[in-house]
Design a protein around this ligand. Structure first.
Ligand code: NAD
Length: 573
């Protein structure tokens, strides 16, 4: 296909021969402080999910380019780790200011590539910004410990030291927040970093397109066609205005060359990260629906299922630390005494916001007692939501990320219907005026769903609310705990006793009590249990700092040494 040929696949392993190196639409890599075009002839189109326009193209970075990025990070490490922590913090202080100033541009870039509404895109940036703010206090967070006189004249202290080169692999659904879960903590601790953004929406984290002065004569022709093609749409604004994006901002904030590097690609780049002997730690956020044993038998199976456990096992096998945040099926348990209005608002917002493409979306609701009343009210509210392009100021939810994602959502809804679920609201055939080509799915509600149905077992990742029913709180907790995922769970009740029981007995990383999307602020950690997380140190918070540092324990003795030699094990006397 030509440069406007739309080819993308959720688990694409085959490079699309859609542009040549040097094309003005290609997103560059960032290596050693320079935005450089990949020499790879293989690229994937990044498609605006509301319009199907090709926004840009992601190169499949070559092995040599990947290695150059790691080498740049390795080279930058000694001087960066020796840079005073106060200086590293000041870079973050400046970065948070620059992100605030560029909030609208970042949000527009996210909406164009990912589809979410502009307001939601701002929330995406803001939740990442909070991690940058948190990293401004790294000196305190990274503090070691000291015990004086552990033995006669001897003191022991521990130091939290950076690891070296760390890497991050990102999903499509939060193109700003997730990279910002990783980069600020990792680099302010003194590490250098190699990031692989999602191939579906890479721009917010790297330079949008090549700078104008990089364009050669051949590139000007497709550029002119592109501008002409886009002139009635918003994406041309990005082309002209969104060159200030996160990586650029970080460098403008003072991050030295080589401290942050960006390589684009898919499975091969990810596998190169897992195997590289200079990379010490890998942070992953994305999907996983795999049963781990298969992956241990043959890595090549992984593309069928998802990435999380594959990356966890492959990177761990080469001796790296790994934190792997994966898929979810978050439940909201509604008690009969819940505040009606607030609960309905919470369910609708958390079920359909971001078109259900949040790892903390409340995709399943379990009504304790009679569900009929609640179901009718939710349908009423869901029907009132406006589905449109994310740039429409009145839109409540935008499109899902790709045609394949829409097909998957529709297939899972259909499987629910065929297994006996009641379809209370069907958004599968929605048409959005002016955006007829968009991957839209309207709010969809399935009731009478049971735990054995595929639509319940699988993460749908679309605007679909699954309704279940339980006769008691114990039964509801049991349903939630039997689910393989354990990302988030919420309860809606006015009883403290019920809430406390739920908090104690529920198996989920994030628990909300009358809070539908309990994503913790950065002074706590974003956690996850069961199939939603692999590793033992979570993202951001204290655990995040521990993940990106290693402890060195020093024992020192400053006294006149006693004479004589003792070969017995030294003991504290
Ligand atoms: P994804 O797994 O398809 O992609 C994530 C990253 O992994 C991408 O960079 C991709 O290039 C890479 N990748 C994908 N398949 C691979 C393979 N077989 N081998 C090597 N690398 C591979 O995820 P997505 O569709 O971009 O994101 C949505 C998923 O992420 C959902 O499951 C969602 O729940 C999850 N998510 C989880 C959290 C969390 O904190 N738990 C947060 C956000 C998203």
């Amino acid at each position: 296909p030509g440069i406007f040929g739309a080819v993308n696949s959720r688990f694409s392993t085959v490079a699309q021969q859609s542009s040549r190196p040097g094309s003005s639409l290609r997103v560059p890599n960032l290596i050693g402080g320079r935005f450089v075009d990949s020499h790879s002839s293989d690229a994937i189109d990044v498609i605006n999910p509301a319009t199907q326009e090709v926004v840009s193209q992601v190169p499949l970075t070559t092995k040599q380019e990947f290695k150059s990025a790691v080498s740049a990070a390795k080279e930058a490490f000694p001087s960066w780790r020796n840079t005073p922590i106060t200086t590293r913090q000041r870079v973050m202080l400046k970065l948070q200011e620059l992100i605030r100033k560029n909030m609208d541009k970042l949000a527009l870039s996210i909406t164009t590539e990912q589809g979410k509404t502009l307001k939601d895109a701002q929330g995406d940036v803001f939740r990442g910004l909070e991690v940058v703010e948190h990293a401004c206090g790294m000196a305190t967070l990274q503090m070691g410990e000291y015990v004086s006189n552990v033995s006669n004249g001897i003191d022991t202290y521990s130091i939290r030291e950076p690891l070296g080169v760390c890497a991050g692999i990102c999903p499509f659904n939060f193109p700003a927040m997730i990279p910002l879960w990783m980069i600020p903590v990792a680099v302010t601790c003194g590490n250098t970093f190699v990031l692989k953004p999602s191939e579906k929406d890479p721009v917010v984290i790297s330079l949008h397109l090549r700078n104008m002065h990089c364009l050669d004569a051949c590139a000007i022709i497709p550029l002119a066609i592109y501008l002409f093609f886009c002139v009635s749409h918003l994406s041309f604004l990005l082309f002209l205005g969104a060159s200030m994006i996160l990586a650029e901002l970080a460098m403008e904030a003072g991050l030295p060359d080589g401290v942050l590097n960006i390589v684009h690609g898919t499975n091969d780049t990810v596998n190169a990260i897992c195997d590289d002997e200079d990379i010490r730690a890998v942070s992953f956020v994305g999907s996983n629906t795999v049963s781990p044993p298969l992956l241990y038998i043959d890595y090549s199976f992984c593309f069928i299922f998802g990435a999380g456990m594959h990356i966890y096992s492959r990177a761990s096998a080469s001796g790296k630390r790994v934190q792997s945040n994966m898929g979810a099926k978050n439940h909201g348990v509604v008690m009969p005494d819940a505040n009606i209005d607030a609960t309905l608002n919470a369910l609708v917002a958390a079920g359909f916001g971001a078109a259900g493409q949040r790892c903390m979306a409340l995709s399943t609701v379990v009504f304790v007692g009679d569900s009929k009343f609640w179901e009718e009210k939710i349908v009423e509210r869901a029907k009132a939501l406006k589905v449109s392009a994310g740039t429409d100021p009145e839109a409540d939810l935008g499109p899902v990320i790709s045609k394949q994602a829409k097909e998957r959502v529709c297939r899972l809804v259909q499987s629910g219907v065929e297994s006996g679920a009641r379809l209370l609201l069907d958004g599968r055939n929605i048409k959005v005026p002016g955006y007829e080509q968009g991957n839209f799915v309207g709010p969809t509600i399935l009731a009478d769903v049971t735990a054995d149905m595929e639509c319940y077992k699988e993460e749908i990742f679309g605007p679909v609310l699954i309704c279940m029913q339980a006769n008691s709180l114990d039964e509801a907790i049991n349903i939630v705990n039997r689910n393989k995922y354990g990302n988030g769970a919420a309860i809606f009740t006015s009883s403290g006793i019920v809430a406390r029981k739920f908090q104690t007995e529920i198996e989920a990383g994030q628990v909300g009590i009358n809070v539908p999307i309990p994503v913790p602020l950065p002074f706590f950690s974003f956690t996850g249990s069961k199939a939603s997380f692999a590793g033992d140190l979570n993202f951001y918070g204290k655990a995040g700092v521990q993940f990106y540092t290693q402890i060195k324990t020093v024992t020192q003795q400053w006294k006149d040494l006693p004479g004589g030699v003792s070969l017995a094990m030294p003991t504290s006397q």
